[in-house]
Design a binder for this molecule. Sequence first.
Ligand code: FAD
Length: 351
Amino acid sequence: MSHSAQVVVIGGGQAGLAAGYHLRRLGLDFVILDAQATPGGAWQHAWHSLHLFSPAAYSSLPGRLMPAQTGQTYPDAQHVVEYLADYEKRYELPIERPVRVLGVHRDGRFLWVETDSGTWHARAVISATGTWWRPFLPAVPGQAAFGGRQLHTVEYHRPADFAGQRVIVVGGGNSGAQIAADLAYDTDLTWVTQRPSRFLADDIDGRVLFDVASARRRALDEGRTDTGGVASLGDIVAVPPVRQARDAGLLKASPMFLRLERDGVVWADGTRAEADAIVWCTGFRPALSHLAPLQLRGRRGHIATEGTRAVDEPRLHLLGYGDWTGPASATLIGVGRPAREAARGIADLLT
Ligand code: FAD
């Protein structure tokens, strides 16, 4: 079956919804295709204790403030899911679910969006498929020999699944620190990080990070000296559970091990640790396989963009994958601005 819309947005997480909000304001005809059966994007799959690293008011999409969650300064993932579900209803965003986009192709004036339930032709496409669907695992010698359980952040749910087990958590970012903190009380935990763990000061949360990133962007835009990004401040936001585990002495990071063996891991100096499970909190990559037919990937695997627009395919915009598609584009509060840019760019193109 074939359908048409001026604009097809691929992905109905926060980035797709923010795009929909601005497309609607500009009066464009669009559809959002989302592979999930229900609203909330990646947030509906997060581990049970995950909380945002910013207060609700600093985690809002354009047009509607996220309401505070009773009793929580930092809302949990379920609260975000409810907010996103309410958002798409409130703005009556035209979302088709579950629809998985398999490939985007060029054909004359149109881009053809091939899905598992028919094809859409469109004058422009916004890709907003996130990173959750493409977990990254580093190649470490002996991985196949390890006899225990190995899982990535995306498969981790709750400490009860590992009660009493020897668990190694790999990763010095926010996911690694939060999952290590989650497991610290009920398991025999080893937390492993590539470089020494760097906690941000306790009074720094997503609010401050956003302000620092915005100030840097302004400075660069105005040709002033680079003020330095958030990376210079540290890697881990000391959200309350992380702070608690750290202060209890339960979050002491060991360096990265050299290889895995059948029963556990071995460090460079020959020290060994036995393990029942390894949780790889080693990040994500943009989920862009549906754009492969357009052949736009550059050397680093990224598609070259100017703002959100793909340099080599001006009818395509990318939203939400990382700073290369707009400053703070991969955060709730940060995606609004690049979403507006993308919608305006498309409106200009279509007129
Ligand atoms: P997603 O939420 O992943 O949504 C993408 C949607 O596209 C999904 O519904 C997916 O099913 C769909 N999709 C994918 N491929 C296809 C396809 N081929 N066809 C159709 N649909 C498709 N940000 C903050 O602002 N504050 C935080 O505290 C915060 N904490 C985070 C904690 C973790 C552990 C992680 C991983 C991220 C966090 N982020 C946070 C970052 C960011 O807000 C989230 O990653 C967010 O989910 C990104 O939204 P998105 O819309 O870009 O992608």
